[in-house]
Structure formats: C-alpha cells, structure tokens
Ligand binder design. Structure first.
Ligand code: SF4
Length: 413
C-alpha cells in the first residue's frame, strides 16, 4: 500500500477542524444564495419529495451554471413535482424541457431512474449515499453524497469541482487533482471535515465557497471565512515574511500531494498555484454536413424537415436537420455529392448536388468534440413522401422547431 501523505496536508487536528466547520457554517448562514432547490430541501416535509427535489437540481447542475439551471429547474418542478409524475412523462417531453441545457443523456437517465424508483422501489427513494449510488442509474458518488447529506442528513462528504479547488488550496495539494490517488485523498478529507450535525449545509457551504469566494482565477482571499485555516493563503503571505517550516518542505521528498519537483510554487500565481491538473486532451474535430430542407406548408408558411437521432450516443433522441458526418479534408464538391445521396434516401427521388445551396459553417463545441456543421439548404416544390422505414421525421414551422427537442447546435444552424 502507498505510504499515507504527510499529516500537514490532512485535517488531523480536531480543534482546527471544529473551528473551520464553525467559521464556514456561520458564513453560509449569512451569505448563502437563495436558490429554489435549497428552499424546497429546507421546507418539504415529505422525505421522498425532498430527495427528488435535490436529485433533480444536482443532475441539472452537473456541467451547468447555477444561473442557467434556475429557470429549467423551476419549469421542471412545476411540470413534474414528484417522482411519480416524472415516471409517467415521455422521453420526448423530457428532451423538450431539457433542450438547451446540454448533456442530454442526463435528462433521459433521470427519467429512467425515476421509473425504476416507482416500479421497483415502491416509489421510496434510497436514504443513504451507498444505496443511492448502487440503486439509481446515473447517480455517481458525488450526487449520492449530495442527496444523502442534504435531504436525509447523512454525515457524508462530497467532492465536486468547487470542493476540489477549495481543498487543494486549504491543504496545498499540488499533485494532479484529476488523478485517482489525489481524488481518493480529497474524498477522505471531505469525509473528515463534514459537520456531523449539519452535513447538508456544510457540504453546500463548501461548494458555495468554491463558487463565490474561492473561485478559479481571482479568489477573494481577504473575504474568505476560512483563510486562517488555508495553507495556500499562508504560503502566499510567507512570500514576504521570513520562511518558517511549512508545507513547502514536503516537496523535497516523494510527497504524493505536493506539486511535482519540476513545477514548484510560482509566487506570481499565489493561491492559484492550486489545484493543478494534467494537460487536457484537445477536443476531437468533426465535420457534419447538414441540410435545411424547406417547403411551403398548407397555409403558405415555410416548413422544415427534422429527423430524430438514434436513441443512444451523442444527443440521443433529439431532432435535427438531416445530417451526415463527413470524413476530414473532403473536397467541397464531394461533400455535396455525399449529402445529396443521403437526402435522396429521405425523399425517395434524385437530388442534384448542384441544387444544394451552401449557406455557411457553424461551429459548436461539445465537451469533447469540436464540431463544424457545413450548412446547405434546399427548397422543395411539391410534396415529398417520407420513407417510414427511416428514422422518425416530421415537417415543422419555425415556431414548432424552437419548441421541439432540438439541441443548441441545431438552433445555431
Ligand atoms: Fe480559497 Fe483564498 Fe479562502 Fe484559501 S483563503 S480557501 S485560497 S479563498
């Protein structure tokens, strides 16, 4: 087994832990943001409803800013206030409400898990982090800890991006914060720190501190309620004072939590020396040809053809203009020909490549894909019989398009 990290990186002084908890909770009581899921978690007497309310918020908040989530969350809870209501919704309805929030599989998995709770667990939410993670699809260690601590008062820690940043600064953790060994240490720290009588508030306070004070670029250290417990802050101050033995001494050995010896403390960065991450892989480049097929509807207004994507994979089940992934470095003429062949299958009649009008290119960045849509349009005269053997498709007006379950990328197109 690897040697345990030096105690100076850990929270081993119980008096200090107690003082840190008190300072953080007092700050949270004064400064917490007013958020709809917090109100629900604090006022909802029914435990299953409380768990559901926190669960929805945690899934929406993964990868998405609080300000964006508020509107979606409010609409979601109005439409499906209980697990039972969500279990009866169709995937189409879920996708429509989720449209624009990104990472669409989150909504789908949430609904699948709600159905499971209703059909297999008699509508009762699991009450502990261990059970939540084991029994609910799409619920990982973080989400399980958040639901269990906030809704059910279980004294269990949580580690998300904000907590990683705060803990790495509090304890000068400069080893790669995305490595499993460091993440394990951070979970241990979170479990030691969590307040036993107010675990949900404590976890939210730690995350709130990371979101509003201990922010990535210019943290507000002078206003920070836990600065007296922060080794990065102390290290920064020591830049001007005579050095005393401190965490920087760790780096001379093989400390598993210190910055690598080749990348020591950079005094120009101050506390933002932490956390550190290994360089990310650049996103994969993809090109997709897409065609906006337009016809005159029966009332004279233009209508557009949209088709449904497969039920798994990227943007599963969402609707889009007929699209075709392209090989990189294809000549424009060849791209047109391939798209025309593809459209022919939809329309059951020949499509001349020359008839496709090039409109422009749209770039959309997914988390791991740099997608370029090469956009064409085609106006159709007369009716088109769509082949029912192909994926589901339908004609929509512009308003109907915007109300459909379409991705942000397609709205840009
Ligand atoms: Fe973060 Fe600064 Fe507070 Fe330390 S003192 S926890 S670096 S905001």
């Amino acid at each position: 087994a690897p040697a345990p990290p030096p105690a100076r990186h850990l929270f081993s002084d119980t008096a200090e832990v107690e003082a840190l908890r008190r300072s953080l909770l007092a700050w949270y009581d004064r400064c917490q943001r007013d958020l709809p899921w917090r109100t629900l978690a604090a006022t909802e007497p029914d435990a299953d409803r409380r768990g559901y309310a926190v669960w929805v918020s945690e899934i929406m908040l993964q990868q998405t800013q609080v300000a964006t989530v508020i509107h979606y969350y409010t609409r979601w809870m109005q439409k499906w206030p209980t697990l039972q209501a969500l279990a009866q919704a169709s995937l189409e309805e879920v996708n429509e409400l989720w449209a624009g929030l990104g990472y669409y599989s989150r909504g789908k998995r949430l609904q699948e898990a709600a159905r499971k709770v209703v059909s297999e667990l008699a509508g009762r939410m699991p009450r502990t982090a261990e059970e939540l993670q084991k029994l609910l699809p799409g619920v990982g260690r973080y989400t399980a800890g958040a639901i269990a601590s906030i809704s059910y008062g279980q004294a269990t820690g949580v580690v998300d991006g904000n907590v990683i940043r705060v803990l790495c600064r509090l304890r000068c953790v400069g080893a790669d914060s995305s490595s499993p060994a460091v993440i394990d240490q951070l979970w241990d720290m979170a479990n030691v720190l969590v307040d036993r009588s107010r675990p949900g508030d404590f976890n939210q306070a730690l995350m709130e501190l990371g979101a509003t004070v201990c922010v990535p670029k210019s943290p507000l250290c002078s206003e920070c309620p836990v600065k007296q417990h922060c080794q990065a802050w102390r290290r920064k101050l020591l830049g001007k004072a005579p050095p005393v033995p401190d965490v920087e001494d760790c780096g001379v050995g093989d400390c598993p939590l210190c910055p690598p010896a080749a990348e020591p403390w950079d005094s120009s960065l101050g506390v933002t020396n932490f956390p550190r991450k290994a360089a990310k892989k650049p996103p994969r480049a993809m090109r997709t040809a897409t065609c906006v097929l337009e016809r005159r509807g029966c009332h004279g207004a233009p209508e557009y053809l949209i088709v449904q994507r497969p039920s798994s994979g990227l943007l599963a089940g969402l609707w889009e203009f007929p699209s075709l992934p392209l090989a990189q470095d294809l000549q424009e003429e060849k791209e047109r020909e391939e798209l025309a062949d593809h459209l022919q299958a939809w329309m059951g009649r020949p499509v001349a490549a020359k008839g496709l009008q090039f409109i422009g290119e749209v770039i959309h960045i997914f988390s791991h894909i740099h997608q370029t849509y090469v956009v064409y349009s085609l106006h159709l005269d007369g009716d088109v019989t769509l082949d029912p053997a192909l994926s589901p498709s339908r004609w929509v007006t512009e308003d109907e398009f915007h109300a459909s379950a379409v991705s942000t990328a397609m709205k840009k197109v």
